[in-house]
Design a protein. Structure first.
Length: 275
């Protein structure tokens, strides 16, 4: 009746939002402060991934602040509501640019959401806000992108993670591919000394946001997944973890293969030696 494909399960809504959970956490202080963006997908559907990202950053010694920003506007853009996204972009640039900086960047969990700050915002905001939007764009990073920088700077050490072996198959989100960030995610997942990561040579998973949920597009969505992603994962044994940063990608894998995939921060948090 509402246009969802009968073969597609509906995305679950968590019992609390990520922003609500974060607001209940005790205040911590550190010389290294980051802002963690509660995007529209993490806030409502993938709350557990957001919680894990928060815990990972905190355990690694960062003060984590979840700023009160509006949604990224990615879902509006996918349907052509550009004026609405312009409104959100203007508000987010005003709110975030007050505190976000190169020393305290804005980190994102869902690729399509955080990359909206980098890709579309500088073009959409009012002319008077363009300089601030460009500065914000430079300091809006994927969480794994930021942590790889910190690893290379020697502020995060291999000894903080397990030495147990683990094999991982990585499917890159389309926005990660567009911004050449898949190798960064591979480097992130390879940081524990005995973690072996193989990138699946796939294109789009077939979901493309809401596209794969729509009954008129379901068959096309499945055919796209069958080009590379699904056949590769069918041949992938249970000793492998499947990593996928995109919420749509994880949903496609779950629906199509009844197999769980993980956001990279979940895998690295599990690898962290807890004190």
């Amino acid at each position: 009746m509402v246009g969802f494909a009968p073969g597609r399960c509906l995305p679950k809504v968590h019992g609390t939002t990520f922003s609500q959970w974060a607001s209940r956490q005790p205040n911590t202080t550190s010389t290294r402060k980051v802002f963690l963006f509660s995007d529209e997908f993490t806030n409502y559907n993938d709350t557990e991934v957001g919680i894990t990202a928060y815990k990972l950053l905190t355990a690694l010694g960062y003060e984590v602040i979840v700023p009160k920003l509006k949604e990224s506007g990615r879902t509006y853009l996918s349907k052509g509501f550009v004026k609405k996204v312009k409104e959100l972009a203007n508000q987010n640039v005003d709110l975030a640019s007050q505190e976000v900086s190169a020393e305290s960047p804005l980190l994102g969990i869902e690729p399509s959401a955080i990359i909206t700050f980098r890709d579309e915002y500088p073009d959409l905001v009012d002319d008077s806000k363009r300089e601030k939007a460009n500065t914000l764009a430079k300091n809006a990073l994927m969480i794994d992108e930021f942590l790889v920088r910190e690893m290379k700077a020697g502020r995060i050490h291999p000894e903080q993670f397990t030495a147990e072996p683990q094999k991982i198959k990585l499917h890159g989100h389309c926005y990660q591919k567009a911004f050449k960030l898949v190798d960064t995610t591979k480097e992130f997942l390879s940081f524990p000394s005995n973690y072996e990561v193989e990138v699946i040579p796939s294109g789009c998973c077939g979901m493309a946001g809401s596209f794969g949920y729509e009954k008129e597009h379901f068959d096309v969505s499945q055919k796209v997944a069958e080009l590379v992603l699904f056949p590769t994962l069918r041949k992938t044994g249970g000793e492998y973890l499947i990593a996928a940063a995109g919420t749509s990608c994880r949903h496609q894998i779950k629906d199509g293969l009844q197999r769980k995939s993980f956001h990279p921060v979940e895998i690295i948090y599990d690898a962290l030696i807890k004190k």
